[in-house]
Design a protein around this ligand. Structure first.
Ligand SMILES: [Zn+2]
Length: 78
């Protein structure tokens, strides 16, 4: 039995059908000293961005690290 690695899609532009498979690839993390706030994983990029805008509005923090995960699933071939 061998194993092959199949890429299910590009996380940067997942199609709606793949969202359930790819999970939540977008996350935004505040980089301000002493602040470890983060958006948590989001399904769509706009959600992570809106979190940053809200956090900036509350705290004045203005620099964020944006994380995009690329998911891959390993499948066994018979
Ligand atoms: Zn912050």
């Amino acid at each position: 039995m061998t194993e092959s690695l199949s890429l299910l899609g590009q996380a940067a532009s997942p199609t709606p059908q793949l969202l359930g498979v790819l999970g939540e690839p977008y996350e935004t993390v505040c980089t301000a000293a002493g602040c470890d706030a983060e958006s948590g994983p989001q399904e769509i990029q706009d959600s992570a961005q809106r979190w940053a805008l809200r956090h900036s509005g509350r705290t004045g923090h203005g620099l964020f690290r944006r994380v995009v995960s690329d998911h891959a699933r390993v499948t066994r071939s018979e």
